[in-house]
Design a protein around this ligand. Structure first.
Ligand code: ZN
Length: 91
């Protein structure tokens, strides 16, 4: 064993062949490649929607706009927005 002063605040005994630089790199690699980080990346991927369907707030805004400005009925607007949804999914 040999004393390595670069561990933590006070240092500690490490194996005699201890290579501190390599140890630090390995520790950083473990921290960056840990399961916690992998899981976080996975959830961020799955949370982004695969389709481009209109969100409820956009549907509501478009419905309001089309019924007032273009005198469309709610049913006409709903049908129109469904067609928009389908065309977005196809792209
Ligand atoms: Zn060390």
């Amino acid at each position: 064993m040999k004393w390595c002063p670069n561990h933590g605040k006070t240092g500690c005994y490490m194996p005699a062949d201890h290579n501190h630089d390599a140890w630090v790199k390995e520790k950083e690699a473990k921290n960056q490649g840990g399961s916690k980080r992998r899981n976080k990346r996975d959830t961020s991927n799955t949370s982004s929607p695969k389709t481009l369907k209109l969100q409820a707030k956009h549907r509501a805004a478009l419905t309001s706009h089309l019924t007032t400005k273009f005198a469309m009925t709610d049913d006409d607007v709903a049908e129109f927005l469904n067609e928009v949804d389908e065309s977005l999914v196809k792209e």
